[in-house]
Design a protein around this ligand. Structure first.
Ligand code: F6P
Length: 326
């Protein structure tokens, strides 16, 4: 395989806390191993537009504690076309970039996989998304911070729920996955989580009401995963008003505040380990894999598995939540 001398790094898709820690780790590990580093701004869009600068150790000083991404990010339609990818390839040739590290979620790694196959180009992916929906890794960079943010928000909303004896539907992000809703509910001591993984099998709202979830309580908090499958918090509140009048219902949609803020220690360590592992993987002639973490060990997950396989919800967690909410 051709020797790698210069590595490009970009962040793509939704920003996630810990992306900066990952950028720092990739940059410093690469330099430590004698490689040159190029920072690519604004994801694949910036790659096509040639927004590329040389990165040195100082470029990543003082960023481990920062949310967002210093490289900026974007979702890029042009990279989904063969013409767009050809332009991206030409730009990388001009900059003598021999390999790429892509930090992002599902869509970003899908783009990476297609590009890597088309041009036989070495790419390593890092799972950067609050959604935790990539197969083959126990956690994605940003997930733990978002979970802690959700927990803090729910703790605050609980004051009103209890004081006014209300039923609250709190909508959290996750795209099509319920990891944030389910684990957020356990962490915040909520009564239930309504998640897309279960919504197609049972009517979770009917089950909740029929099980008399207010038997021993005057207020209730239900976390709802954003998704057309769950109906979202608004949809569920509407249903309660129509089908179960008598509840004083309120909705809170947490939105983008879940994506911001300083990363937790867990996310900083995860991002640092994964960033270093990305360079090890390249030096080890690994190609087209995502770095994952399984039982505290770094693993390499082929792109096709990371993207295409559905990451299952741990059903024991549902049982734990049900038991603890009586
Ligand atoms: O993938 C991260 C995520 O925050 C999802 O949870 C959410 O559905 C989506 O991005 C929102 O995207 P945007 O910020 O582009 O509206």
């Amino acid at each position: 395989m051709a020797e790698i001398k210069t590595v490009g790094i970009l962040t793509s898709g939704g920003d996630a806390p810990g992306m900066n820690a990952a950028i720092r780790a990739v940059t410093r590990s690469a330099i430590y191993c004698g490689l040159n580093v190029k920072g690519i701004y604004r994801g694949y869009r910036g790659l096509i537009a040639d927004e590329i600068v040389d990165f040195h150790t100082q470029n990543v000083s003082n960023i481990i504690q920062m949310g967002g991404t210093i490289l900026k990010t974007a979702r890029c339609k042009e990279f989904q076309t063969p013409e767009g990818r050809q332009l991206a390839y030409d730009v990388m040739q001009r900059h003598h970039i021999d390999a790429l590290v892509v930090i992002g979620g599902d869509g970003s790694l899908t783009g990476a996989r297609i590009f890597a196959n088309e041009f036989n180009f070495p790419i390593i992916g890092l799972p950067g998304t609050i959604d935790n929906d990539l197969y083959g890794t126990d956690s994605t960079i940003g997930y733990d911070t978002a979970l802690n943010t959700i927990m803090d928000c729910v703790d605050k909303i609980r004051d009103t729920a209890t004081s006014h004896e209300r039923l609250f539907f709190i909508e959290v992000m996750g795209r099509d996955a319920g990891f944030l809703a389910l684990n957020g509910a356990i962490a915040a001591g909520a009564e239930a989580a309504i998640i897309p993984e279960i919504s197609t099998q049972v009517d979770q709202l009917a089950e909740l009401i029929q099980n008399g979830f207010r038997k021993s309580k005057n207020s209730s908090i239900v976390l709802v995963a954003e998704s057309p499958v769950t109906g979202g918090a608004m949809g569920l509140a509407e249903r309660v008003k129509n089908e179960y009048p008598g509840y004083d219902v309120r909705v809170s949609i947490l939105g983008h505040l879940q994506r911001g803020g300083s990363p937790t220690a867990y996310d900083r360590i995860l991002a640092s380990r994964m960033g270093a592992a990305a360079i090890d993987a390249l030096m080890d002639d690994q190609r087209n894999v995502m770095i994952g973490i399984k039982n505290d060990e770094i693993v390499y997950v082929p792109f096709t598995r990371a993207i295409k396989k559905e990451k299952p919800i741990n059903r024991d967690l549902l049982d734990t939540l049900r038991r603890l909410s009586i």
